[in-house]
Design a protein. Sequence first.
Length: 217
Amino acid sequence: MTYTLVVILSASIAFPAIIGAIRYSTINPVYYPFLYCIWLGFLNEIIGYFVVRSGNSNAFNNNLYTLAEAILFTWLFKRWGVFNRSRNTFFLLVVVYWVAWLTETFLLDRMKHNTSYFRVLYAFVIVLLSIQTIYTQLILEKRNILKNSVFLICAGFVIYYTYNVIVGLFWLYGLNASLEFQMSIINIMIFINCFVNLIYALAVLWMPTKHRFSLPS
């Protein structure tokens, strides 16, 4: 896969980012953490492009973004009411994120490398929260489920972060020795990322207005 194609596919995050910017004033605020993260992701892609073009590694800005992503997406579930029965769970997860990220980044000196342990940790958490939320939506949603933004976002989370967990485990346990295997894994990730970004764009398009949101508990 050429570098140009990688850049084009990665730029697919622009679709949900632009739609979110256009619809922001009308979208229900419970979705704001998702939009903030999408915009940060778009900004990170732009920064990463210029960093790589200058001949440097984009691991530093990617590691900062993954921490923000973990916190914002977990906050999204909080805004949806997922932690209503155990409000301290959200704050506990945020503390765990910070401890894990700081430990791997500084104690293990991985600021210039991707934080694999932290990525696996928060990806696993997001997948579990998404599955729980999808289960609720499938039971209680009476309308077309494909027009349900919560369902679409969680479906995207499950697809993307499940693959992230698998890839992360490959890296952690040294199953990435072959360069050809590494490239295959990365190429699949790029296509999955593009596909999920398109799901996010559809989700942003269907996000309810400020007075039309409800998430069954």
